[in-house]
Design a protein around this ligand. Structure first.
Ligand code: F0G
Length: 468
């Protein structure tokens, strides 16, 4: 282990603030599990020189408001990896490394902000878009966070990195570790990780342990392990992950000509991503680059809904872990580490937390697929949640909405095939489905058809399809 000496909090461009007791520590003084030694809460990264009122942070921005927007945009046309990365082209807002040479990047980010015209029309919305984070190098939003936090591990001289994962974090971590020549240890729940994700972890050379437990059980083992062995924890309790994951906020407003969407909707699992995006928007607001925050809402699967229950039962005052069960395996999490961060975001931005059923996720996934972009089941929860928020009158026709699609459709082909073959849901789930939803699912399903290799047979099928 080659850890560098600890700098004083004042010397560093960044420090960590405990969200529980407001304590400030230097980045290198964080505990191995990234919990506050005084109160056990999580940290967030702070940049006193950029954002404190007395330092009038804007001064640090030599470019000025228009200059910085142009600089960020111009970097997309550069041939340097750092500039081409949709995370590091915003590096003025990421001053937590000592040396840019330590950055490990796969040129992540710069993902598309697609319009969803057919979904919008069905819902009576004028402006519905999807920020497709599944278009990142390893196919999920985790890449934006991984380039940030793994670069810290690299800079601090760690050889090993580790995470507990429902599959996407491990895929991203394995890839970035391989790029850096570091070693990766992955803990995943046996049998509950989509094949695409498991395959990635193996492909990128990680040591992959399928533990006979769920995600929450994997987290328990890992938390103890990082205390005993010199491995760097890369779960989203690591606050540097969220620094990378805040950058899609910059991309969204940039792609909307610096207008802020009225609503941003994310799927909720371990509940870190909403707060990462909120931090991005908050920093843009503090710098005067935007004039308000969007409402940020979090959608959970009914079978993995601890935040939803915390709000409906206890007004958000406490959370009770649940035994999580959902086919959207990415968000199959019963004891989310970052629930207080998520709660704060809902309160700060006036967003909501909703839960959606397996049937609603399935229909939404097919609808996003039918737009020609696809996504993984957890991501589709955002569209299912949007429908609920519209039905409750919380989101209105004229308002702009951005759904954050967190993972690529190719991550979990088994789910998609089962959905279209009609074998995804149980008989009970099918019966319990409202008739309108049943009809919708049936109209979207496109089961593959096995047939003789004859032009006539295929023509007959085509004819039938034209008449429908
Ligand atoms: N969507 C996808 C595709 C995910 O992989 C995850 C989390 C989430 C949403 C939820 O994000 O945890 O910030 O609320 N996946 C983690 C993993 C837990 O291990 O890949 P969150």
């Amino acid at each position: 282990m080659n850890r560098k000496s600890t700098k004083s909090v004042l010397e560093t461009a960044h420090r960590l603030r405990c969200i529980g007791c407001d304590d400030r520590i230097a980045g290198q003084d964080a505990a191995e599990d990234f919990r506050c030694r005084s109160c056990g809460s999580l940290f967030e990264v702070e940049y006193p020189q950029l954002f404190s009122p007395e330092s009038a942070g804007r001064k640090a921005f030599h470019f000025g408001v228009h200059g910085i927007k142009k600089c960020w945009l111009d970097r997309r046309a550069s041939n340097l990896s750092l500039d081409r990365s949709g995370v590091w082209r915003f590096r003025e807002l990421l001053p937590f490394l000592e040396n840019e040479k330590n950055i490990v990047t796969l040129e992540e980010g710069n993902t598309p902000l697609y319009r969803l015209p057919r979904c919008a029309e069905k819902l009576g919305l004028e402006n519905l878009r999807a920020k497709h984070q599944g278009m990142n190098p390893t196919g999920s939003f985790k890449d934006t966070g991984m380039t940030a936090a793994l670069s810290v591990a690299h800079e601090r001289g760690f050889e090993w990195v580790a995470c507990a994962s429902t599959g996407n974090t491990s895929a991203a971590m394995a890839a970035y570790a391989a790029r850096a020549g570091m070693r990766a240890l992955v803990l995943i729940p046996e049998g509950k990780v989509a094949w695409g994700k498991l395959a990635q972890s193996l492909d990128y050379g990680a040591i992959t342990c399928q533990l006979k437990t769920d995600f929450d059980g994997c987290v328990s083992v890992l938390t103890e392990l990082v205390r005993r062995a010199p491995v760097y924890l890369l779960n989203s309790v690591n606050p540097y992950r969220l620094e990378g994951q805040k950058t899609p906020a910059m991309e969204v407003v940039e792609a909307m000509d610096w207008q802020v969407p009225d609503h941003v909707i994310v799927p909720g699992g371990n509940l870190a991503n909403g707060s990462a995006l909120a931090k991005g928007f908050r920093e843009l607001l503090a710098l005067g680059l935007i004039d308000r925050l969007p409402h940020i809402s979090v959608i959970q699967a009914e079978g993995a809904n601890p935040l939803f229950l915390s709000l409906t039962r206890y007004g958000g005052k406490k959370i009770e872990p649940v035994r999580a069960e959902t086919r959207a395996t990415a968000i199959r999490i019963g004891n989310p580490a970052s629930w207080q961060k998520a709660l704060h975001v809902l309160q700060e931005t006036g967003g909501w937390c909703e839960q959606v059923s397996e049937q609603e996720i399935a229909v939404a996934k097919a609808e996003i697929g039918a737009e020609g972009i696809g996504c993984e089941p957890a991501s589709a929860a955002t569209l299912a949640g949007l429908k609920k928020l519209i039905a409750q009158g919380k989101i209105r026709r004229g308002e702009s909405v951005v759904l954050v699609l967190t993972g690529n459709t190719l991550k979990d082909p088994e789910y998609t095939i089962d959905l279209h073959r009609g074998t995804l849901l149980t008989a009970e789930e099918n019966t319990a489905m409202p008739p309108a939803l049943q009809k919708e699912l049936a109209s979207l399903a496109r089961a593959p058809q096995v047939m003789e290799p004859s032009v006539e047979v295929v023509m007959r099928l085509l004819d039938k399809a034209v008449r429908v």
